[in-house]
Design a protein around this ligand. Structure first.
Ligand code: ZN
Length: 103
């Protein structure tokens, strides 16, 4: 998940809250409903822009992977920590050397 995707989800959540407040004030015939609906529309626009940026990052990543060569062998797990952390962490009894784990 990219930062853009995370921010997009946050905007969507806040937009839902703004819409709910807009509906509440609309039911109670207050002009404040305009504020809720306006902020919801603004947040939805921001979410769509952030989601587009997320898609652009994913496409650039896939293109970079394609240029790097699809024939590259997949990484093989060396220990249980590697499997659980998707390659980020190695266990204390991992047989992989520090130099090879950095590559
Ligand atoms: Zn390991």
């Amino acid at each position: 998940m990219t930062n853009s995707r995370r921010d997009s989800l946050i905007c969507l959540t806040i937009a839902a809250g703004s819409t709910a407040s807009g509906v509440y004030f609309a039911v109670h015939t207050s002009w404040l409903c305009l504020l809720g609906f306006y902020s919801a529309a603004l947040l939805l626009w921001c979410a769509s822009r952030l989601n587009a940026d997320h898609q652009r990052q994913i496409a650039a990543h896939e293109q970079a992977r394609g240029e790097a060569g699809a024939d590259a062998p997949p990484l093989t797990p060396c220990c249980q920590f590697w499997t659980a952390s998707k390659g980020e962490v190695h266990g204390a009894d991992c047989t992989r050397t520090r130099r090879s784990s950095a590559a």
